[in-house]
Ligand binder design. Structure first.
Ligand SMILES: NC(=O)c1ccc[n+]([C@@H]2O[C@H](COP(=O)([O-])OP(=O)(O)OC[C@H]3O[C@@H](n4cnc5c(N)ncnc54)[C@H](O)[C@@H]3O)[C@@H](O)[C@H]2O)c1
Length: 373
């Protein structure tokens, strides 16, 4: 791909951010390092907040309507809460703009499918977080698996848990409403990694529950406000991948302390210690049948020193060079369908087939930047 790059000198994709809350700060930090992108505007349902953030970033801050009508926005970076993801994406596409959004893609596949259909009809792109999986951590782990460093993968185990995001997030209500919960909030990091490793999931089962613990906001101006919990907060899933690998996934907002490993892959000749997929560049570790001693693997793939926004930069380069982008709406849709299937399996005490199929995205070769590959 690198040698056939055309449009490397194409004008940057002009970005308008919708939703300037907590996570937007991480994107703003990385903009200066992101090739092919130019921030031109920000908007929020809270226009005063948009204006204040716009001032800090040196760009226009406005209402969502004004941003969507603007001529100097080619792509909408949708950083709103999950309940608004599909609506903002639809409006951006209707305004003739590409869209890249935070996870999850939407609250349900029923909400997400029309977004992907509209994009296809309009010749526009839909991209979605997580792009953490394009960093050196998950990409090096994927390369190690593809190179057979632990033999043939047999199974994977994920165990992510925390007491609850209300301990640190100033506006955490959305984490306890449909579209949130540990499954839709943290699931995308782990499931996207598992699809990067093993390809699509074909079948799932699951179980879930919630405690009656009273939760309240612990930090910020709304500290002390009680939180209503309308989703299950402790979720277990069993996934069968098309290639025969089976994974167990635990995600929970109910755990005060744990000694469970975060993420491991078991192969016929070793175990891979997979780094946190909510981060970009933590080291990968391996222990093989030969000595069963843990050691770190050197970095062999992934965007170095990456941060949130690299998936959007990859999409900008993909638009300029007419290639598929890696953090794609199709991948996020598959992951959303898997999560929905887990919730259905848990609710109905059954096994659920997953209908969507997605190919593994291209690896990110070592030394690549989102502006070159
Ligand atoms: N906070 C994190 O650490 C984190 C990390 C990774 C991903 N995310 C994801 O990023 C997204 C946003 O999370 P956050 O923590 O920044 O939330 P937040 O509540 O801090 O910010 C969301 C912003 O969107 C605005 N908004 C809500 N509905 C809107 C609408 N309909 N139109 C325009 N603006 C609207 C809100 O006013 C707010 O400013 C979520 O999907 C979340 O899962 C968050």
């Amino acid at each position: 791909m690198g040698s056939t790059v055309k449009g490397a000198a194409a004008r940057p994709l002009r970005v308008g951010v919708v939703g300037v809350g907590v996570i937007s700060q991480q994107y703003f930090e990385h903009f200066p390092a992101l090739p092919g992108l130019e921030l031109t505007a920000v908007a929020d349902i809270d226009v005063a907040r948009a204006q204040s953030v716009g001032e800090t970033q040196g760009v226009r801050g406005s209402s969502v309507d004004d941003l969507l009508a603007a001529d100097d926005v080619d792509v909408v970076l949708n950083l709103t809460i999950p309940a608004a993801h599909a609506e903002i994406a639809t409006r951006a596409l209707e305004a003739g703009k590409h869209v890249y959004g935070e996870k999850p893609l939407a609250m349900s596949t029923a909400e997400a499918q029309p977004v992907l259909d509209l994009a296809r009809r309009s010749g526009l792109r839909v991209g979605s977080a997580p792009d953490t999986v394009l960093g050196t951590g998950i990409q090096t782990a994927r390369a190690a698996l593809d190179d057979g460093l632990i033999g043939t993968p047999v199974g994977a185990a994920v165990s992510w848990s925390a007491p609850g995001h209300e301990l640190w997030h100033p506006a955490p209500a959305f984490y306890y409403q449909p579209g949130g919960g540990p499954l839709l909030d943290m699931g995308p990091y782990y499931l996207t990694s598992l699809v990067q490793f093993f390809g699509p999931v074909v079948r799932v089962s699951g179980a879930s529950t919630r405690s009656d613990r009273e939760r309240s906001i612990a930090t910020g101006p709304a500290a002390g406000t009680p939180l209503r919990v309308d989703i299950d907060t402790h979720v277990l899933a069993v996934l069968e991948h098309a290639d025969g690998v089976v994974s167990t996934v635990t995600v929970s907002f109910e755990v005060w302390a744990t000694r469970a490993p975060l993420f491991e892959v078991y192969g016929t000749s070793g175990t891979l210690g997979v780094p946190d997929p909510n981060r970009f560049s933590d080291p990968v570790s391996i222990a093989t049948a030969d000595d069963r001693e843990w050691r770190e693997l050197p970095v062999t793939a992934g965007y170095a020193d990456a941060g949130r926004g690299y998936g959007l930069a990859d999409m900008a380069h993909a638009v300029a060079t007419d290639r598929p982008h890696r953090a794609s709406g199709d991948l996020a849709f598959h992951v959303l369908e898997v999560m929905e299937a887990v919730a259905t399996a848990a609710r109905e005490h059954t096994v659920v087939e997953v209908r969507s199929h997605v190919d593994r995205p291209e690896t990110v070769p070592a030394g690549a930047t989102p502006g070159s590959w």
